[in-house]
Design a protein around this ligand. Structure first.
Ligand code: NDP
Length: 249
């Protein structure tokens, strides 16, 4: 049966920024398909935390580095909710801080697969579904302030993947605007999540905070607030652009 509520897919919704987006959208009245890669317990906790909102949440375990993983949430949205209004391409990984020459090729490839290719192919499926349903829709890509900083000595391949996603947002937004589909990006700066544990720099958030004009990392919910606004009618004339939410950095 078709859902009476708007339906959104949120990738990587089990932790960090994705989990904050799920909580926001559940409160805003969405039914949700939430993907995660491996942390089932975290995914179930996020679903349980929004149970009181009345939002229906379908959890989908899927590796977005695979074609099947990219397709899976769309199948679930069609089967369980019969509609799709939004895709939030949030899932992402980073690698250990290192100059490119010292970063294993497989890590470079996987980062670009998950942070760029999966988002592009997910958006492709979303556009097909929005057009099939004839409803229009919104795609929000989570990019990064790194896209314009380059992250030298840290992860230039990650920054480049995110810059590619910003360019893709601009191009696809122009391409599908005539179909009533908006495509936007949010570029967070430093956000206090588990992502930084993979950089090998345990104190990264505390170390970097003083260099940010607002003098602190963002709370994940501050990124989720921007996503919620971009998905909603108040942002109805916003497309093909990136909103930087980076504390001035
Ligand atoms: P977290 O590491 O906290 O969470 C990442 C999420 O993505 C988890 O739900 C994880 O699932 C999922 N995920 C990771 N790899 C895959 C995969 N191959 N397939 C499917 N799901 C996957 O990250 P953040 O919340 O910090 O980051 C969210 C987004 O924000 C990313 O795109 C990141 O690049 C971007 N960003 C983050 C910043 C920050 O400072 N934190 C700054 C700028 C941008 P599981 O839990 O199962 O592993």
């Amino acid at each position: 049966m078709e859902s009476q509520r708007p339906v959104a897919i949120v990738t990587g919704g089990s932790r960090g920024i994705g989990a904050a987006i799920v909580r926001r959208l559940a409160r805003a009245g969405y039914d949700l398909v939430v993907t995660y890669r491996s942390d089932e317990t975290a995914a179930e906790q996020v679903a349980a935390s929004v149970a009181s909102t009345g939002s229906r949440v379908e959890l989908v375990r899927a590796d977005l580095a695979t074609d099947l993983g990219i397709q899976a949430p769309f199948d679930v949205a069609a089967e369980r909710f019969g509609r799709l209004d939004a895709l939030v391409n949030n899932a992402g990984i980073s690698t250990r801080y290192a100059p490119l020459a010292d970063t294993p090729a497989a890590e470079v490839r996987r980062t670009i697969e998950v942070d760029f290719v999966a988002a592009v192919l997910g958006a492709r499926l979303a556009v097909r579904e929005f057009r099939r349903l004839g409803t229009g829709g919104v795609i929000v890509n989570i990019t990064s302030g790194a896209a314009t900083l380059g992250s030298p000595g840290e992860y230039t391949h990650y920054a480049a993947a995110k810059a590619g996603l910003d360019a893709f947002t601009m191009g696809l937004g122009k391409e599908v605007g005539p179909h009533g589909i908006r495509v936007v990006a949010v570029a967070p700066g430093l956000v206090d999540t588990d992502l930084h544990s993979t950089t090998g720099d345990a104190g990264r958030v505390e170390r970097m905070a003083p260099g940010i004009p607002l003098q602190r990392a963002a709370d994940p919910d501050e990124i989720a607030a921007a996503v919620e606004w971009l998905l909603g009618p108040d942002a109805g004339y916003v497309t093909a652009t990136t909103l930087r939410v980076a504390g001035g950095r």
